[in-house]
Design a protein around this ligand. Sequence first.
Ligand code: ADP
Ligand code: MG
Ligand code: MG
Length: 893
Amino acid sequence: SVEGVKFVYDFTEGNKDLKDLLGGKGANLAEMTNLGLPVPPGFTITTEACKVYLDSGEEPAALRDEVSAHLDALEARMGKKLGQADDPLLVSVRSGAKFSMPGMMDTVLNIGLSDKSVQGLAKQAGDDRFAWDSYRRLIQMFGKTVLGVDGELFEDALDAAKTAKKVTVDTELEAADLKKLVTKFKKIVKTEAGRDFPQDPREQMDLAIHAVFDSWNTDRAKLYRRQERIPHDLGTAVNVCSMVFGNLGPDSGTGVAFTRDPASGHQGVYGDYLQNAQGEDVVAGIRNTVPLADLEQIDKKSYDQLMQIMQTLENHYKDLCDIEFTIERGVLWMLQTRVGKRTAGAAFRIATQLVDQGLIDEAEALTRVNGAQLAQLMFPRFDEDAKVAQVGRGIAASPGAAVGKAVFDSYTAVKWSRSGEKVILIRRETNPDDLDGMIAAEGILTSRGGKTSHAAVVARGMGKTCVCGAEELEVDTKRRRMTVPGGHVVEEGDVVSIDGSSGKVYLGEVPVVPSPVVEYFEGRMHPGADDADELVEAVHRMMAFADRKRRLRVRANADNAEDALRARRFGAQGIGLCRTEHMFLGDRRELVERLILADTDTEREESLKQLLPLQKQDFVQLFESMDGLPVTVRLLDPPLHEFLPDITELSVRVALAESRQEPHENELRLLQAVHRLHEQNPMLGLRGVRLGLVIPGLFTMQVRAIAEAAAERKAAKGDPRAEIMIPLVGTVQELEIVREEADAVIAEVEAASGAQLKLSIGTMIELPRAALTAGQIAEAAEFFSFGTNDLTQTVWGFSRDDVEASFFTAYLEKGIFGVSPFETIDKDGVGSLVKLAAKAGRETRPDLKLGVCGEHGGDPESVHFFHEVGLDYVSCSPFRIPVARLEAGRAAV
Ligand code: ADP
Ligand code: MG
Ligand code: MG
């Protein structure tokens, strides 16, 4: 029941924290009103009223009376009635949802004007031109946004009037011209909407209110919400605000302002002003605005007052604000404010500037930036000084700066990239058949589709630059060409550049420069040094804030000394995942092949003996690069066939040799083995701990290599801290067997070297059964590392390689996922297993160390989750370490 619910709030009754109810615009209008700033009086109809209206198709019963009561109060206060013939009160009806949403309904200004009251307005203002200008604006806006008339019809009529009069700007039209235009506009309404423009002011207002409600569900609004992940059930508020007039002559005007530069963060006078105009003229770009600074010359009093108000707002909101204002005959009015959007770089600068000004503390500063912004600052970027023609702009779907030759199909992309060419794959939209081409390309450009299109989802998953939905580009895949605005044709092979952070598309090669933020993390640029710019300084300080605040430690996924050293520079506190399989490729593959194919113990032992020193050397280097910090080494995990030759290739080789009657015993034996080891579902087959249990000596060789490497580092006065990790364990029995063998080897090495190695042994938790029996597994494990990639695959029954490109787009579009569960941890499913296992594990072993080493370790939202469930560390790829550090700090605020 909605009885007793309040649906309308006067601007004096709300405040900035009521965005859910009053929308952003309404909440902030109320806040400014209560700060004593000059806001034209008005009231806000709540989102609750909108929800009732949208659900039932009707206004809540009480709304009409409540609106009437607030309108009465407004009229009493203003000393005139809405649309009153001799002296009309006029209002604007403005939409305003919790999140600002371009693509929603526009505002209707000047409500209350009619054939009668336009005369009254003219008399009161002593200005005929102004009154008729206001009236034609009302019919135009009302016709377009409330009655659904094509806006161009009005634009055309306005242009025709200007042409007839041989003038170029609308201010040159006189009262008589505008009066004729009103007649014309009313005719357009009558023909197009099939009804007269309503003369009753209350009917105008009510229709406009309903139109704002309805605008919540337009296709454009729905699409925008889906892309921005804004829930569909919030509804919009409606603001009814008494009009002030910027179109009352040269001492009037309207403008927008920022309390600081949204690009650099610098404080100063940023904004635009337009004399003798109403609000929408600024945005519509009808006439040229002047820089806000010029207002000082035009109207010093208003200018000074505005500067004062901007200071008040900054001190109050403690953040960058953007503002809409209007000056009516030398009197300043505030029409809107909100905490302003800003670039990623400005977010970092502004946060530290506000700390320096004493407006916010370090913890608050951390809430003003996020990991996605930091990630954006770390991508290489196009050189801003380069003079290359921009030819289009789409949706910034996956960040990065990519340059390459235009290709229009996957086949060519693969072919050209194999011959060493860099290519940009251009399609109207992509589908699973384009996958090879997408992998081969430097970047992907599409002319259709939004942030959840196939191209966008897959590109983000691959970390590949992507611009999608660049609609003004006409892609003709058949003729392998694309036409850009202006008619220029881009042929296959022409060089294009795409910027996945801004969505911009360029013709020709834009030079790419490394990000100064990465240069800083790499130690090639130092904050405080001459060449360090403000951005680097700000990032440096924000990272320090985060490091002081965070409880989670951050480790790296790294398999070699080079990655480990980079990870350390980026702030890694150890290695959380060293994948040993990467050490078995290249020249060593043959040794592994022999190991797998060994018929006798001697043969097997021989290959193990050869592998041992190679493995040991890898570990020595790795421990050295991470001296003093933990290094978790995972024993061999992947299915064996990954180390064997391709089955088809091998069959061909055997067949050829047979037909040529050449000796091919070895090949035949290999082929038989490959057949024997072939699996339908290798990811669920013989891999992980199962390998260790089936191939005698494999895991013990690896353990020996780790132990001997640690002993060697000790002897060299190093401080190795190795942790041995067993993959794909499903039951504690598996772990116990491996552990027993490993302990024996370690004891042997310790005895031989005389060193205390303090190696710990733990397991991955990446199977549902492991999570469900974590209490038992913890008996044999000193640490758990959640392998959330495999855990996501096994919990959902998804094969990552197969599903991401096939049906994930459909799932995202249907709203089954907000985001791929491989990108952000599925808290309800996979996450609850993590929680459960962490709890059970710690009950068995209170000092059990808990970490996570899946891709999720570097994902902002997931990092917050891991913080909340009490893990000790996250581990991620070296490049994501700064993001993880920052988010771990933010999670602790
Ligand atoms: P948007 O969200 O699209 O900015 P607004 O509701 O803020 O829509 O209004 C559009 C324009 O009309 C803005 O420039 C605003 O300042 C102006 N405007 C809105 N209400 C009034 C009013 N009561 N008096 C004068 N100008 C107004
Ligand atoms: Mg606005
Ligand atoms: Mg795994």
